[in-house]
Design a binder for this molecule. Structure first.
Ligand code: FE
Length: 196
């Protein structure tokens, strides 16, 4: 895939981080379990809540949704989310006809400002290979059944483009405000492996 640049320096940074973590652990300065807790916090709690607010705004405000789908980076920045690994964002709208799902086939490109840190499975070789080859089977393993008449589109992230999925707003949520709507949105829904 020519022109598909990723973040070669990341592996070097990851090695340095590991070396520092090991040194701090050996000296008894940090507890690796505490580090795992912090990583989990950013992976599942803090990070994806930003994306959930973007989705809730798009569900609530048709003008905002139009801006998000036309040019995601500035629309996301309107809510204060921008920066490293989120410079060139694209929002993919799920519809009754199309279900979108995101991968980085070559490494682990991921939209940090809206989703936080990538989950381990997102970085795993089996997900990266299989979601392209047999997306419906992989989605089913996440508990997501996509009807045969719905097209599944798989989007390959890169250093240039980071994707987030705009899930379909669930029925029966007309009365909810943005905060309540955001609480319905999950990280996996914004990666596209689940419906919401
Ligand atoms: Fe990548």
């Amino acid at each position: 895939m020519s022109g598909h640049r990723h973040n070669a320096p990341e592996s070097d940074i990851a090695l340095r981080v590991k070396a520092i973590e090991q040194l701090l652990t050996e000296k008894g300065i940090v507890d690796p379990a505490a580090i795992d807790l912090v990583v989990d916090y950013y992976e599942t709690r803090v990070g994806p809540r930003n994306g959930a607010r973007v989705v809730a705004r798009a569900w609530s405000d048709p003008d905002y949704k139009a801006r998000l789908l036309a040019e995601a980076t500035p629309a996301i920045a309107e809510l204060g989310f921008s920066g490293l690994q989120g410079e060139d964002m694209v929002a993919l709208e799920n519809t009754p006809e199309v279900h979108n799902v995101v991968v980085c086939t070559l490494c682990s490109c991921y939209p940090w400002p809206v989703l936080g840190l990538p989950p381990v499975w997102y970085k795993s070789p089996p997900y990266r290979a299989r979601i392209v080859r047999e997306p419906r089977a992989v989605l089913a393993e996440f508990g997501t059944r996509v009807a045969d008449d719905v097209e599944v589109r798989v989007w390959d992230s890169s250093a240039e483009l980071r994707y987030m999925v705009l899930p379909m707003r669930p029925a029966g949520t007309e009365g909810l405000d943005e905060e309540a709507l955001a609480a319905l949105v999950t990280r996996d829904g914004m990666i596209g492996v689940t419906a919401l």
